[in-house]
Write a protein that binds this ligand. Sequence first.
Ligand code: HEM
Length: 368
Amino acid sequence: MQMARSIWVFIFTAFIILSVGNIGLHSPAYAQETAIEQPTGGSVPGGTTDGAASDSELWRMIRQGGQGNVVGGDPNSGLMIQSQGEDWRKLRNEELPRYSAWAILGILLLLSLFFAIRGRIKIEHGKSGKTITRFAMIERASHWLLASSFIILALTGLNLIFGKSLLLPIIGAGAFSSLTIFGKFVHNYVGFAFMVALVMVAVLWIKHNLPSRHDIVWFLKGGGMIGLGHPPAKKFNAGQKIIFWVVILCGVSISMSGWALLNPFTTTMMADTAALANSIFGTSFATDLAPIHEQQLQTTWHSIMAVFMIVVIIAHIYIGSVGMEGALDAMTTGEVDENWATEHHSLWVEEVKSGGGKSTSKTAQPAE
Ligand code: HEM
C-alpha cells in the first residue's frame, strides 16, 4: 500500500511538473519569441546527435546569429561567428590604408606634374583694374563653412585610417590616444556643420549647375586648361559642375553613412540599398544582413566616399588657389578681375552686364 502510494505521488508530481512546464513553454509570449528566434522550432537541427554529420543548418545558425539561443536583447549577442568580420578587418587594416594612400599620393603627384608642365594658369590679358562681383557674402560664408568643416572632417577621419602607422610612432601612445579621442568627438559634431553647409551650397548654386549645351563645348576644348583657348561658360563651367555634383551627391551619401555610424544598429540603409539595386538592376546582393554586417558595410562605404571626396577636393583646392591666377579672389573678397571673368566665364559676364545675373549684379569698378 505504502509502495502504491509512493508510486502514485511520484506520477502525480511528474505530471504537474511536466504540465506546468509545458504551459510555460507554450505561453503566447514564449511561442512568439521562439517563432522569431528558433527557425527549427527549438529542436537541435539535423543529424548532429551522433556526432557524425556536419550540419549546415546548425552552422548557419552559428554564423548568422540570434537563432534559438538568445531571446530578446541585443540582436548581435546571438552571433557567434561572423565570417564577413574577418574580411572587413582585413579591408579596414590593409586594403583601405593602402589604396587610400595611393589615391591621395596619386592626385598630389598628378597635380605636381600638371603644375610643372602647365604652370600657373595666368590671366591671359593681364589684370584690367576693374572688378566684378562674383559671390555674395552668403555664398562665400556657405562655401567656407563647407570647406572648413570638410577639412576638419578629412583630417580627423584620415587620422583614423593612417594615424596608428604614421602619427603614433612619432608622438607616442599617450598623445596619440588623447588626440584621437578628441578628434573622434570633433568629427562627430563637425559632421552636422558640414551637413548644414551642404544644404546651403546646394540651395544657392543648384540652378547654376544644371547641365547645358555649353558644357559639351567646354569639354571638347579641354576646359581651356590645355592651351586650346577659353571656351565660353556661364557662372560655373562644366568642370566646376562636376565638382559641385560630386560634393553634393557624395556629401549626402557620406552624411547618411555617418548618421548610421553615429547611431549603430538602428538603420538598414545598406540592406535597403541592396534590395533597391536588386529590384532595379536584377542583381542578387544579400538583403538579410546581420546588424553588425550592416555596420561594417557602412564604415567601408563611409571611408570610400571620404577618400574619393578628399581626392577630388585636393584638385579643387589646387585650381582655386595656386593653380589659377585670380580665382581665389572670388571666394575671399567676392570680387574678381573683369579680364579673369571674361576669360573663364564669358557668358556669365554678358549676363551680369545685361542685368540678368541677379545674385552678382555689381558692375565693374576700379580696383586698388
Ligand atoms: C582651402 C580650401 C578651398 C579653396 C581655396 C577653395 C576655393 C574655391 C574657389 C576660389 C571657388 C570659386 C571658383 C570660381 O570663382 O569659379 C570655389 C568654389 C567651390 N568650392 Fe571651394 N575651395 C576650398 C575648399 C572647398 C571644399 C573643402 C569644398 C567642398 C567640400 C569646396 C566646394 C566648392 C564648390 C562646390 C564650389 C563651386 C564649384 C566650383 O567652383 O568648383 N571647396 N572654391
